[in-house]
Design a protein around this ligand. Structure first.
Ligand code: HEC
Ligand code: HEC
Length: 169
């Protein structure tokens, strides 16, 4: 008896589903339907959606962007606010920072900075979060790119009216 009830219910639900989808296809073509049509005609496409970088369909491989240029010899870059991690004025392509090696420290550690002509990391980089000064870089300052980023001559994607703080103008 239970089985029969279950079977009747299942058939009923299937029928209801069929009626509903028939209604959907006969509905007037709204904006949503246009986008849906585009997706069904072009499965895997982006449905006409365009990002700030422009449109590129998922199934086409567009040529890679050219590498951004990191100007050489731009000297150090002025800060925009107090206690800002200074921007990196040189390219860091292929500089490894991992468990095994830290390329940045090959030039910026207190040991090597003078010989390499690089700015040495400041004493804050040797402090633990309890303020204890260690004899080597503090683990919380080991992954340099967490705070320091290089500056390429790239055109900003969106406008920005950020103003440098008064003290540094
Ligand atoms: C081959 C040596 C070398 C390596 C490796 C290197 N740097 Fe530098 N870096 C320099 C030199 C030299 C300067 C000074 C630039 C100048 O005065 O033109 C500098 C400048 C900087 C500055 C600016 C300092 C300031 O006072 O404004 C930062 C920040 C910096 N580097 C971070 C890094 C980070 C992070 C890495 C690793 C991803 C790195 N550097 C790897 C040589 C190096
Ligand atoms: C948690 C964020 C953070 C990390 C990680 C970090 N820094 Fe910094 N760094 C700063 C800040 C903030 C300053 C500026 C204030 C100061 O000196 O502490 C700075 C300053 C510097 C300066 C300029 C020092 C001076 O006297 O003008 C250099 C060079 C530098 N960092 C290199 C590095 C290198 C190389 C690493 C990786 C080994 C690193 N930093 C990791 C935040 C960080």
């Amino acid at each position: 008896m239970k089985r029969l009830v279950l079977a009747v219910m299942t058939v009923g639900m299937l029928l209801a589903g069929a009626v509903q989808s028939a209604e959907e296809t006969s509905a007037p073509a709204t904006e949503n339907h246009k986008v849906l049509d585009q997706i069904t005609m072009n499965p895997g496409g982006i449905g006409g959606v365009e990002s700030l970088r422009g449109a590129s369909e998922l199934e086409t491989t567009r040529p890679a962007d050219a590498f951004k240029r990191y100007p050489r010899d731009q000297g150090t870059i002025d800060s925009d606010y107090v206690y800002q991690p200074p921007l990196i004025p040189h390219t860091i392509r292929n500089y490894e920072v991992s468990l095994n090696a830290n390329k940045c420290l090959a030039c910026h550690s207190w040991k090597n900075a003078k010989e390499m002509g690089a700015t040495k990391i400041s004493v804050t980089h040797y402090e633990t979060r309890e303020g204890q000064v260690l004899s080597d870089v503090s683990p919380r300052r080991y992954f340099c790119q967490q705070c320091h980023v290089p500056q390429a001559d790239a055109k900003p994607l969106v406008g920005n009216d950020f103003q440098r703080v008064d003290a540094l103008r």
